[in-house]
Design a protein around this ligand. Structure first.
Ligand code: ADP
Length: 608
């Protein structure tokens, strides 16, 4: 399979399972989400049912009408029960004006307040309570006019104790309290005024008198002014709702029992009522009361909604179930938020996501490494093919010479001795070249496999350099190459002379091959950092910086060399590296593109 075919196959093999896993994962996630949504709905519905049951028991008739409701609610038994005001207030009996004829004549026509007071005082001892009340009120008025304030206050105090009768058009005790207040106000007796007004306010709030709305308003305003305390707005609203209900019940416009939520000047008031033999029980509750006493029983995540769609206390979540008044029998719509989601599903989903992530990551990383390995393999395979082609090529040239020369010699056509000698020399060179080539290949194989046996001995590096250079010079001088050898400093090294000689030969061979137009090659022996250095320098094509690191890899050939069509197998420098490493040395390359290269072999110096 070629490289072009393999890559799509590999991509398919990696991508298809990964896509399948991802698809399956996404399906699972989707199912999970649906399941969770369903469970959430169920939980919400269950919570709503529970909340409703709790609310229903809180609003059971016994609970509603038996208990004393406390702050924020009103519980009255009508018609008797206390109400701040009512539409149909029963007027109280009042004494006929005739009973005070004598006193009033003295008081108004003759201006004898002294005498009038006497007459009224006498009348306060009358048998009829209604008459007594009228007399106390008139006595107080008289004393007040006469400037006898203490006596007037006392008269009011007496009157204040009289319930169930009217005086001056109002319930007697109310008239007395109000009278005291106005008198105290006139006298600027602030402290006493405030105390009296507080009593008046408390009696109004307790619904002590049956007052019409207008009368109540007038007295409530005065009481608020004197006490500095605001009117009891909430109780007034509850009263208003209860009163309106009571009017409807009386006119037969309501069932014998029921519940309803009405809005009184912006406040939702919950009403419940029951008509029995003793009268009608009416219960009115404010939102605050419901919030404080009933909602906690139904759970934290419950709130109510009135007919106008307003939430009270406030919406607690975006996600909720509604139960409408029609189905629940409760006066409001009940909203119940979903309980907090169970952690189990979220954890499972997170796990699934992590797993999918891991699978995807492994596939990607695995794919990347496989592709990289394959690329390396392909590159090596290509290099090997190039190598085989290159080796065949290397063999072809000397073989062709051999064939042609032997043919010419064999046919006996060369008579001239000198020419024959020259043919023989060519024969010898071609054979030697072939021999070296085969030796190189075999030795390299052995070196790579660790089977090459180096015969190390101490030798003079200068001798080795000179002998290899001389031999090489003879080989290339007829092609015009000048190979100069400079011994700057001789030195001894421990080496296998055949292997080291071969390495030096390879460097020289490369210097010639990659010399381009130049024909000068220098070999120099010297010292660098206490090591023996053998440098081979040429002035040829040079090597690009980015390729220098790979030169010593097996089969590697630089782009420039291939482009110029210079033949080679790519194992020369690999062999040099092997040999130098076996000698515990290293090779350094310096090069400049188009200007030439210097390969320097550094070997440990053997002293002495
Ligand atoms: P080859 O048989 O191709 O010469 P080598 O292993 O000897 O193989 O060298 C590897 C590559 O290094 C060469 O193909 C060439 O590109 C580059 N090279 C080696 N020596 C030189 C040099 N003296 N000048 C320029 N390039 C060189």
């Amino acid at each position: 399979m070629s490289r072009r075919q393999l890559v799509p196959v590999l991509v398919t093999v990696l991508c298809v399972p990964m896509a399948t896993v991802l698809w399956l994962g996404s399906r699972l996630l989707e199912q999970d989400r649906q399941l969770e949504a369903q469970r959430k709905l169920e939980r919400r519905e269950q919570a709503a049912d529970r909340a409703l049951r709790a609310l229903a028991s809180a609003l059971s008739e016994e609970a509603l009408f038996r208990t004393n409701p406390g702050e924020g609610a009103l519980g009255v038994r009508l018609p008797q029960g206390p109400l701040l005001f009512r539409t149909s207030a029963e007027p109280l009996p009042e004494a006929p004006a005739a009973a005070f004829e004598e006193g009033e004549r003295l008081e108004f026509r003759q201006g004898q307040s002294e005498g009038a007071a006497e007459v009224y005082r006498r009348t306060t001892r009358a048998a009829n309570a209604v008459v007594r009340a009228g007399a106390w009120l008139r006595l107080a008025r008289c004393q007040r006019k006469a400037g006898r304030v203490e006596e007037a206050l006392l008269a009011y105090a007496e009157l204040a104790r009289m319930d169930g009768v009217a005086a001056g058009g109002w319930p007697a005790s109310l008239a007395a309290m109000w009278g005291r207040c106005t008198l105290l106000e006139e006298l600027n007796r602030e402290t006493e005024l405030r105390a009296e007004a507080k009593r008046l306010r408390a009696a109004l709030v307790a619904g002590r008198w049956q007052l019409t709305r207008a009368t109540y308003n007038a007295f409530a305003e005065d009481a608020a002014r004197w006490t500095g305390e605001p009117r009891p707005a909430l109780v007034e609203k509850l009263t208003e709702a209860a009163d309106a209900l009571w009017e409807r019940i009386k006119s037969g416009g309501e069932a014998a029992a029921g519940r309803r939520c009405v809005t009184v000047r912006g406040t939702p008031v919950t009403l419940a009522w029951r008509v029995d033999r003793q009268g009608t029980q009416v219960f009115a509750a404010s939102p605050a009361y419901i919030e404080r006493l009933w909602l906690p029983r139904a759970g934290e995540r419950v709130w109510l909604r009135d007919e106008a769609g307003r939430d009270f206390p406030a919406a607690k979540s975006e996600d909720f179930s509604l139960r409408y008044a029609e189905e629940t029998g409760l006066p409001w719509t009940v909203a119940v938020a979903a309980p907090a989601a169970g952690a189990e599903l979220a954890t499972r989903r997170r796990l699934l996501l992590v797993l999918l992530g891991v699978v995807a990551l492994f596939s990607l990383v695995g794919g990347y490494f496989i592709l990289r390995a394959l690329r390396k393999e392909f590159a090596l395979a290509r290099m090997q093919t190039d190598f085989v082609a290159a080796v065949s090529h290397e063999f072809r040239t000397p073989l062709t010479s051999l064939r042609q020369i032997t043919e010419v010699l064999g046919e006996g056509r060369v008579r001239d001795d000198d020419r024959r000698q020259s043919y023989y020399r060519s024969l010898a060179r071609a054979t030697q070249r072939l021999h070296r080539l085969v030796e190189d290949l075999l030795d390299f194989r052995r070196m790579e496999g660790g089977a090459y046996e180096y015969e190390m001995r101490t030798l003079a590096a200068d001798e080795l350099v000179l002998s290899v250079t001389d031999e090489f010079r003879r080989e290339v001088e007829d092609r015009g190459f000048r190979v100069a050898a400079r011994i700057q400093q001789p030195g001894r090294v421990k080496a296998d002379d055949a292997a080291l000689g071969r390495a030096l030969w390879n460097l020289l061979d490369n210097a010639v091959k990659y010399s381009g137009e130049s024909r000068d090659i220098e070999v120099s022996l010297g010292r660098v950092d206490g090591q023996v250095s053998i440098a081979v320098a040429d002035h040829g094509i040079g090597i690009r910086a980015e390729e220098r690191g790979q030169l010593f890899a097996k089969f590697y050939r630089a782009a420039e060399a291939k482009k110029a069509g210079i033949k080679g197998t790519g194992i020369g420098l690999a062999m040099v590296a092997q040999v130098v490493a076996a000698h515990r040395g290293r090779v350094v390359v310096e090069s400049e593109e188009g200007r030439g290269s210097t390969f320097t072999v550094l070997l440990p110096l053997v002293e002495g």
